[in-house]
Structures are given as structure tokens and as C-alpha cells.
Design a protein around this ligand. Sequence first.
Ligand code: MG
Length: 252
Amino acid sequence: MADDRSISIKTPEEIKIMREAGKILAEIVRELKGSLKSGVTTREIDQKAEELIKAYHVEPAFKGYRGFPGCVCLSVNEEVVHGIPGGRVLKDGDIASLDIGIIYNHYFSDMAITVGIGSVKKELQKLIEVTAESLNQGIGQARVNNQLSDISHAVQKHVEANHFSVVREFVGHGIGKCLHEEPEIPNFGPPHKGPVLKEGMVFAIEPMVNLGKSPTKILDDGWTVVTEDGKPSAHFEQTIAIWEDGPEILTK
Ligand code: MG
């Protein structure tokens, strides 16, 4: 786990820029959410994302990142994260995760949501709710003088209390002038371990939660992560800043 000296501390001026970035990103996500409908292909949503990114005069953070072809990751049902936008058509009863990052004034912002398409089964609605709640539980631990794994532990505890499982192979991360900065933020682990949290740290916390078992695998496209058991998975992410008096969600 990262040594706390390697975690960058942002100045209030930097966080102000990241707050503006987060606000724009949240607005883009809000508009894209309306496009997540039955009959739409994931490529069409990516095209809409590209238009919105242009309209807001920001840059896509994912497009070209290690060769990723889209502005968004769209991961449907058994796809956990890093789904490549393409010909897959969303249909009634699916759940779709939309993950998107932007660059604004040299700073990154990162956010993900999962939505049900049309009417989804109760257990999937519950999976979405619990994943969103587990993110809030994690954010609630992002406090000065807590330790990094307090975030991880809070996520895991909430997920497992609801009989779902957390993905272990992919993690949240620090964020700033780079998309992925120190530290890595797992969604599991014992409490009170790792670096002590300080004012000015900015994190992207992102629980990935599976309906079935935890293990995942990567498809032959080199990107798409799917559950090994083929059961659905949900994902939520917010970019947050830590202040003396508590966490602030920047992607809001
Ligand atoms: Mg992220």
C-alpha cells in the first residue's frame, strides 16, 4: 500500500479547479443518464458523450488512455468495468454502468453510475442501491486522521451485509493532474491500515459490486472486465476531496 508521503496534497486553489471539473462532469453524466434507454447502442451513448465533452470545452480522459477507444466505458450486466462502446444494444431489464472521465484546466475528474434499463428485477435494483450506498459509506470514512483502509472496510462491510461481493482486482485511486495517482483504494480490507488521511487529498472512490461471486476475468479485447460467474455487476464512482471538516463530493 502507498506510503502517505507519495499521496499528493492539493491546495485549495487546485481543489477549486477540480470542483469546477467535477461539476461539469456531473452535468455531463446527468445528460447521458437520459440516453441510457432500451434500443440504444453503447456506441451511440459514446457519441453523445463526445458531443457533450466538446460542448463543455473539456477533454475526454479515457479516449486514447493506453489505447482505449471510447470517451466512456459502458459495462452492461455481467460486464464489471472497462466495457468498450460498440454495437451492444441496451434492452429492457439490463443494468448499465457508465464510467467517464474528463480533463478540465489540466485536472482530471472521474465518475461512474449504474442504472436499470426499463424495468429491472428486484435483485438488480437492490444491487444498484447497495453499490451506491457502499460508495457513500466509503466516502463517509474519508476524514482527516482516519486511515485509508477505513474507506475500503466501510465499502466491504456494507456490501457483504447485503450478501453481495466486492470486486478485488480493480480499485479506486488518487486523482489530480493524472487520472490515476497514489494511493490505490481497494474496496475491501480490515480497518485502520495504510496512510493517514489528510486535508487536501483527492480520491476517486469506486466500488464494483457483484450479484454473485467476486472473481472477474478480462475478455480477449484486452479491456472488458466481466464476472467469472456471468452474473451482473454494478459500479458507482465519485471524485471527492478531504477537508478538515469532512469529505466534499466534487462530482456533484
Ligand atoms: Mg476511476
